[in-house]
Design a protein around this ligand. Structure first.
Ligand SMILES: Cc1ncc(COP(=O)(O)O)c(C=O)c1O
Length: 435
């Protein structure tokens, strides 16, 4: 008996030897971005931009021209927006309404906001969600069969919230090559075969109005046209398109004249609306289904009232002042034409998102961004490996309606100088100590 006990103890010790403490493990492997923490914290990652949100803000005490905020229409600091935000907070505080929409979080103003959002994007009904990321993940989760008999087909370069929504699904999910309609058809054929065999499933195709890294539009019109050949429903995340594209700012579907073919339209409020939250818009019965089934909304607090009051004001301004969008596009064209005429590549961007493609290693990209910040007062985001292939650098610029010609000219000038240094190898680790 004693021997058995001792053997059991040895066995447990042997097993424990191979089990790692979770926290030891994450300390040793901090993840693809976390591993750069020592060199990046506070400068490249988690930088603090201070002052009023706008084209010029302070970074480490120094004024910078800022190109990394999705404040497309300049609404973040519009005086009427600030007044509405203040009034909403004064009148209701941050708490009201308490509870989830379904339980105790419904108000007339939430309903009015939804009615106006639906009208704006030409859909029957809309549902406001408290965070865009959670909202779209949860919408994907709620409409698909919990027993996994439906199929998702989505663009491989989709935003993380779409990928996570698809990852939550237990059934089949197929990626199609970015904006590749022939490959989408291939995946639709596979998906159709599966749902036909199951006999009870449907297909959900997901793409984006604007892809936030490359700045190209999803081929929404061509995808909608495939409905003549395949049976599917189409969900579009139009985070960067809402307010910036289309005659009335209704987004990429309006721009491409195929809004009716989008079955569920989604946008966050985090970009043109310069706020927090998001919305889904569709036929009334679809929105009713989402209201009663989206777990992220049933089990989470409603969007607080100041955001609804502020959101209504932002929407009113977008509708009443098309000149904000015109000014944005004037700046986009001036910036992108300026870059292209100086020999820079902005890839296939046909939206406000302006990627500037260059060649170089991660260390060179970091030195170049430091040079831009320290010596030219330009603050923009960098995208490097492993997000994009090794040897490539993207400097990503987000023009807004409130940037001035002077901001753009100064930036073009600086880009010319730093790209010359990059090409001549001046940012290579051995020599960049001088930067
Ligand atoms: C394409 C896209 N979808 C969804 C989201 C998430 O939205 P939110 O910030 O409202 O959670 C973002 C980021 O804001 C985004 O860029």
């Amino acid at each position: 008996m004693r021997l058995i006990k001792q053997l059991r103890l040895h066995f447990i010790n042997f097993i424990l030897f191979f089990i790692m403490d979770l926290f030891d493990k994450i300390e040793k492997n901090r993840g693809p971005l976390g591993k750069y923490m020592e060199v990046a914290e506070g400068y490249y990652m988690f930088p603090k931009l201070e002052g009023e949100i706008g084209p010029r803000m302070k970074f480490q005490g120094k004024e910078m021209i800022v190109w990394s905020l999705n404040n497309y229409l300049g609404l973040a600091n519009h005086p009427e927006v600030r007044a509405a935000d203040t009034e909403g907070t004064k009148q209701y505080g941050l708490a009201y309404p308490m509870g989830a929409r379904m339980m105790s979080g419904q108000t007339n103003l939430h309903e009015q906001f939804e009615k106006e959002l639906a009208e704006m994007v030409g859909k029957e009904s809309a549902f406001v969600v408290n965070y865009g990321y959670m909202g779209i993940m949860s919408a994907i989760d709620s409409i698909l069969d919990p027993r996994g008999r439906d199929v998702i087909v989505y663009d491989e370069e989709s935003h993380a919230c779409i990928i996570d929504g698809a990852r939550m699904y237990s059934g089949k999910r197929f990626k199609f090559k970015h904006n590749d309609i022939a490959d989408l058809e291939k995946q639709l054929e596979r998906a159709t075969k599966i749902v036909e065999e199951n006999g009870v499933g449907g297909i959900l195709v997901i793409s984006e109005g604007v892809f936030g890294m490359r700045g190209d539009q999803g081929k929404l019109k061509e995808i909608v046209a495939l409905k003549a050949k395949y049976q599917f429903r189409f969900l579009v995340d139009d985070a960067h398109g809402f307010g910036t594209l289309g005659k009335t700012g209704a987004g990429a579907g309006e721009e491409q004249d195929c809004q009716d073919g989008i079955d569920i339209y989604f946008s966050t409020f985090a970009k043109s609306m310069a706020m927090i939250g998001g919305f889904l818009a569709a036929d009334k019965h679809v929105i009713d289904f989402l209201r009663y089934n989206m777990r992220s909304q049933i089990f989470a607090k409603s969007l607080p009232m100041p955001f609804v009051v502020g959101g209504l004001k932002r929407l009113e301004l977008i509708r009443k002042h098309p000149e904000l969008k015109d000014k944005l596009w004037e700046n986009v064209n001036y910036l992108q034409n300026g870059l292209r005429s100086r020999g820079f590549s902005c890839g296939d961007s046909n939206t406000c998102v302006t990627p500037v493609y260059m060649n170089g290693e991660v260390e060179e990209a970091m030195a170049m961004v430091k040079d831009l910040r320290e010596n030219h007062s330009i603050f923009c985001s960098i995208v490097v490996y492993p997000v994009i292939p090794k040897g490539m650098i993207i400097l990503r610029l987000i023009p807004t309606a409130v940037h001035s010609r002077e901001d753009i000219d100064q930036t073009l000038d600086a880009f010319e100088k730093v790209s010359h240094k990059l090409k001549s190898g001046q940012y290579r680790p051995a020599v960049n100590a001088a930067v």
